[in-house]
Design a protein. Structure first.
Length: 104
């Protein structure tokens, strides 16, 4: 499926980014999902296509590539959905409907 961001019940989140995680049991991988959403007019973002410790600037720090397995996995699975002042309730409904259609 798709895992939405966790929001602690004691806080109110402002969602600078609304990042979902595409799980193994979803019928599309992250990149396929992004493409299908783009075809439906829904923009997405992949803000961290590689873990920070794999980026060239940080390579000089000497972190082994296999360090930070959770970051490595997240970089393959996370996708940002539209979240900005121009996104209307109707837009949100369309995004949800499209994700539901793509999940079956």
């Amino acid at each position: 499926g798709l895992t939405p961001p966790h929001v602690d019940s004691r806080v109110k989140h402002v969602f600078h980014q609304y990042v979902i995680r595409v799980e193994d049991d979803f019928p599309l991988n992250r990149d396929e999902l992004a493409q299908k959403l783009r075809e439906k007019g829904i923009g997405t973002g992949i803000h961290y296509p590689m873990p920070v410790h794999h980026q060239p600037f940080y390579q000089k720090l000497g972190y082994p590539k296999e360090d930070c397995p959770n970051a490595i996995e997240a970089s393959k699975r996370v996708l940002s959905l539209p979240v900005h002042p121009a996104v209307s309730r109707d837009d949100i409904g369309y995004i949800i409907q499209t994700l539901e259609e793509l999940s079956s």
